[in-house]
Design a binder for this molecule. Structure first.
Ligand code: ZN
Ligand code: ZN
Length: 406
């Protein structure tokens, strides 16, 4: 019985769930796994699911898909657009959308498992499939590892995964070495002295302190990082005050920092700390600011030999020119925790979901940033075909490359 992958994708797209709340999604995954006759474990790392297909001697290949949606209000206008809502960790009611394509990841992995089950006489070894929660928090992989996924399932010889991206549908992007950046999410609390808005001289205004800090932080990348290196300093949230005539006592900034490696990380973090402290001192703050690293992700590094093998296999399966080097992405991923923890190679590639003609027109017109919505955009809307088929095929080709032939 074949899984109707288009119907599956549309259903998942209509019903996105926030990180660590992917219970409906996990339920659909386990239902499909049961239909394929596969044993599975659910609730791994809270809402994760894992399964294995033991098929004789040979390598153990892990395939990973993430399952969570995002607090984004969908504006694609698609007939199957999400109108879902959820409650975020702060207790707020928010719109939810599969704005990062994780619905496509789940669909492709289930399709690949179906194919691998159907072709068991052609390969030997073990396939482990991991349906991971909470990638968007950078927390799901570690939650599954903490819950023993590496002990409860055969240990990998290689970890493979893929992400949907705004490349033309049919195209695969993979890069040897650092594929995605390391990142840190940090919270800065600036302490001032609150008071009446009419008497600023009697206060230490954390709003002005925050504004100066945000502007000065922008000089890290523009003035202090070698222009040939990659780094990102984004202040994604700034909160202070409740009312126009009250000068508040503190301001909070939330930063997202990206870099290719540990050396760059240490340098950028040192610069952030120096500027935050100096701006507080410049404002006459009586209390030092606090800087807390909320979460960290390592860089996603593709194994050089395995990536070369995989690129050759993709070219052979899909034709020369299908695989492009997309460069290092400044986005980050937690997939590499599985490979790091197991001490084995990782290959993580991207596959396209944009109508190829639309993509070509945008390139020709120089309007790619305007016309091609990226992941996390409310307009992110992959074309169904051949995105679904290519997502299945890439996983199957990749798994078969590292499994043994029977
Ligand atoms: Zn994603
Ligand atoms: Zn994302």
């Amino acid at each position: 019985m074949a899984i109707d992958l288009e119907a599956l994708y549309i259903d998942l797209h209509r019903h996105p769930e926030l990180s660590f709340q992917e219970t409906r999604t996990a339920g659909i995954v386990t239902q499909k796994l049961a239909e394929l006759g596969l044993a599975f474990e659910e609730g791994v790392g809270r809402t994760g699911v894992a399964t294995s297909i033991p098929n004789g001697d040979g390598p153990v290949v892990w395939l990973r898909a993430d399952m969570d949606g995002l607090p984004v209000e969908e504006r694609t206008g698609l007939a199957y657009a999400s109108t879902a809502r959820g409650v975020d960790p702060a207790g707020q009611d928010v719109p939810v959308m599969h704005a990062c394509g994780h619905d496509m990841h789940v669909t492709a992995l289930l399709g690949a498992l179906e194919r691998l089950v159907a072709t068991k006489d052609e390969w030997s070894g073990t396939v482990v499939a991991v349906f991971q929660p909470a990638e968007e928090y950078g927390a799901g992989a570690q939650a599954m590892i903490a819950d023993g996924v590496l002990d409860r399932f055969p240990k990998p010889d290689i970890v493979l995964g893929q992400h949907l991206t705004p490349l033309p549908a049919g195209t695969i992007g993979v890069r040897s070495g650092t594929q995605m950046a390391a990142s840190d999410g940090i919270t800065v609390t600036l302490h001032g002295r609150g008071g009446h808005g009419s008497r600023p001289h009697a206060t230490i205004d954390p709003v002005v302190m925050a504004a100066a800090t945000v502007m000065r932080l922008q000089t890290i990348v523009s003035r202090e990082v070698d222009p040939r290196d990659v780094a990102v300093v984004t202040v994604g949230s700034i909160h202070a005050g409740l009312k126009n005539n009250i000068i508040p006592a503190e301001a909070k900034l939330e930063l997202s920092l990206r870099y290719p490696d540990e050396v760059a990380r240490a340098r950028v973090l040192e610069k952030v700390e120096r500027i935050v402290r100096a701006e507080a001192a410049a404002s006459g703050a009586e209390q030092h600011p606090e800087i807390v690293v909320d979460h960290s992700l390592p860089p996603t590094i593709n194994d050089i030999d395995a990536t070369a093998r995989l690129t050759t296999a993709f070219d052979a399966a899909f034709g020369a020119g299908t695989v492009v080097d997309p460069g290092m992405f400044t986005g980050s991923e937690d997939v590499s925790w599985f490979a790091r923890e197991a001490g084995v190679p990782l290959v993580y590639w991207f596959w396209g979901g944009v109508d190829p003609q639309k993509f070509a027109d945008a390139i020709a017109g120089g309007t790619i940033e305007r016309d091609i919505p990226t992941n996390h955009s409310p307009f992110f809307a992959p074309v169904l075909h051949p995105t679904i088929e290519r997502g299945v095929d890439t996983l199957v080709v990749a798994a078969r490359e590292f499994l043994a032939a029977s």
